[in-house]
Design a protein around this ligand. Sequence first.
Ligand code: ATP
Length: 319
Amino acid sequence: MKTIGILTSGGDAPGMNAAIRAVVRSAIYYGCKVYGINRGYKGLLEEDLVEMNLSSVGDIIHRGGTILKSSRCEEFKTQEGRLKGVKVLKKYKIDCLVVIGGDGSFNGAQKLSELGFPAIGIPGTIDNDLAYTDYTIGFDTAMNTVADAISKIRDTSSSHERVNIVEVMGRHCGDLALYSGLAGGAETIIVPEVDFKVEDICNRLKTTQKRGKRHSIIVLAEGVGNANDLGKEIIKITGADLRVTVLGHVQRGGCPSVFDRILASRMGVRAVELLLDGKSAKVVGVKDNKIIDMDINEALSMTRSFDKETYEMAKILSI
Ligand code: ATP
């Protein structure tokens, strides 16, 4: 009988709970023992572990956040810290680890594998910034949250004939801005993957104003820069009545979408199957709606390709 450890690490994402549930339930189904490690790698180093059973993960599939809590842990980035982590895992007779998180968390899992400790990664981040997978857990929910916020801002923007800049998360990845912007009917979408000029945005505002349209939504990905700074520049050039909304952490919370719950369930089961097969240093992903797995190093070395086609389409539709 294998003993599996599970932790969530980095920024939390809706659907992480569904992934935890899938790992715990499938592991128990296959006759394994499971330890939940609280607060990511930090909790591992502090020996904050608890054995999980079927009911530990009851009533969580629909809840945002992570019941295991999450954190960032600088100590785990050191070899000394990781050796301490392996010692704790061995003390609890844990044979292998499932890490749910983003690329940073995967780096931790990869380094554990290098130390001979089997680890598998499940992508949990709202950023959708991992190249090897079409979707990360939490992205779909966050995208819907942002689209909903844009719709609400649009109401007031239209009533007051204002320009609104909505700053959305995603770190260096523009996916969240692009797809929520398209779904929310944003007039301008600014992402890190495509260069932009403030003058172009201002010219666009002037053109639409000439045809009588006085409100406009600009969706800005946080990876491009600060929405308030951009707002000041636009006001200076156009004199527009402009407001800025930084959506912030509202994007990370909330009830996970059906898509995220199902994705998390499928990925969680695959992670357990990989560990039972004796695999290590792998990450689980989804490609063309098929669950895949890949070597962590290969996955982390891949470069993301931006969906330029959809970006151009959004531009055409917001003419
Ligand atoms: P998100 O994309 O949501 O920010 P993330 O997993 O990328 O999630 P990070 O803060 O980059 O978030 O990483 C989470 C944790 O993983 C870090 O606090 C650290 O404990 C561990 N980690 C990150 N990079 C490494 C590394 N190179 N080696 C070992 N551990 C690492």
